[in-house]
Design a protein around this ligand. Structure first.
Ligand code: NAI
Length: 328
């Protein structure tokens, strides 16, 4: 049983994610932190008859300290979401500072916690989190994760629409790279069980996974980006990690990690030239147990996608690192 913090708990993702956390028998305490509305969200969730004890915290009265102290997992969906016409990179200006300040709090009040970053642009906010933790002497790469599970969930769903599989979650598809546009690379050739995507549908399918978030942003028409599917995806990743921490073995999920700090990551770092990258990671009690090199198995079509991924991702990572090393 674990003490979990959701930072950004009153938001579009934060609320349904907190609901799923409250429903989990793996969570004993659930602290909701946000700059607004957490007392109400916490009061509401606290009436649900599950074991987790829910409390709400605001920045006043040492709220961050009280929320974070003793936490074993902090999930961060704090920050502004996209509006139509915006890229994830457009969010950098505001969300970079929000993530920096929350991770400073983690370094101070719960440095051993698993940190799950949802706030966009993930390609930059995870390097920001790493740099803040490094500066505080608290960086454990096995415990820092960028949540890219929504890309995996979308790949499973969209390919099932082509193959006719009735339960999309039965197919495992490694989606690797980063979490925006062309940095997202689904490896259809490594799906398990194998999927047969007709060649004339491959480009459209790949593009739909890479830009699936835009479908939601457009449909919500100014009211935000994916929240419910993201809450599902964020909880799916958090739950897998909690199960692995409890000792369940053979749990693997793609996630955006600092490669040189994770077993098996060095070879992938050499091959991709990227310090941070999403690959399937075997999870264990220590967090990221082993990064699995699916990059070398990419087919020619996927290798072309990877070249574009490397071009975009390198700049996104540097931007995050720079933000902390040479503050604007
Ligand atoms: P939202 O605006 O509905 O909620 C964000 C919440 O963060 C708000 O309640 C706000 O008060 C809170 N917040 C702002 N500053 C804060 C601070 N300093 N400390 C604590 N809380 C703070 O936004 P939504 O839709 O929930 O999205 C949140 C983030 O998640 C966005 O950056 C979005 O781009 C990202 N996202 C990531 C995805 C992924 O796959 N990783 C998918 C979809 C969205």
């Amino acid at each position: 049983m674990v003490k979990v913090v959701v930072a950004g708990a009153s938001g579009g993702i934060g609320q349904p994610l907190s609901l799923l956390m409250k429903s989990s028998p793996l969570v004993s305490e659930l602290n909701l932190y946000d700059v607004v509305n957490t007392p109400g969200v916490a009061a509401d969730l606290s009436h649900i008859s599950t074991p987790a004890k829910v409390k709400g915290f605001l920045p006043k009265d040492d709220g961050m300290k009280n929320a974070f102290t003793g936490a074993e997992m902090v999930v961060i969906p704090a920050g502004i979401p996209r509006k139509p016409g915006m890229t994830r990179d457009d969010l950098f200006k505001i969300n970079a500072g929000i993530v920096r300040d929350l991770v400073k709090g983690i370094a101070e009040f719960c440095p051993d916690a698993f940190v799950l970053v949802i706030s966009n642009p993930v390609n930059s906010t995870v390097p920001i989190a790493a740099e803040v933790l490094k500066a505080a002497g608290k960086f454990n790469p096995k415990k820092l994760f960028g949540v890219t599970t929504l890309d995996v969930v979308r790949a499973e769903t969209f390919v099932a629409e082509i193959t006719g599989e009735t339960d999309p979650s039965k197919t495992t598809i490694p989606v690797i790279g980063g979490h925006s546009g062309e940095t997202i690379v689904p490896l259809w050739s490594q799906a398990k069980p194998a999927v047969n995507v007709p060649e004339d549908k491959l480009d459209a399918l790949t593009n739909r996974v890479q830009f699936g978030g835009d479908e939601v942003v457009k449909a919500k028409d100014g009211a935000g980006s994916a929240t419910l599917s993201m809450a599902y995806a964020g909880f799916r990743f958090a739950e897998k990690l909690l199960k692995a921490v409890k000792g369940e073995s053979s749990i693997t999920e793609p996630t955006f990690v600092y490669l040189p700090g994770v077993d098996g990551g060095d070879a992938i770092q050499k091959e991709t030239g990227c310090d941070f990258f999403s690959v399937p990671v075997e999870l264990g009690p220590e967090g990221a147990k082993k990064a699995i090199n699916v990059v070398s198995g990419a087919n020619d079509y996927e290798k072309k996608l990877l070249v574009k991924c490397y071009e975009g991702l390198g700049g996104n990572i540097s931007k995050g690192v720079e933000f902390i090393q040479n503050p604007p």
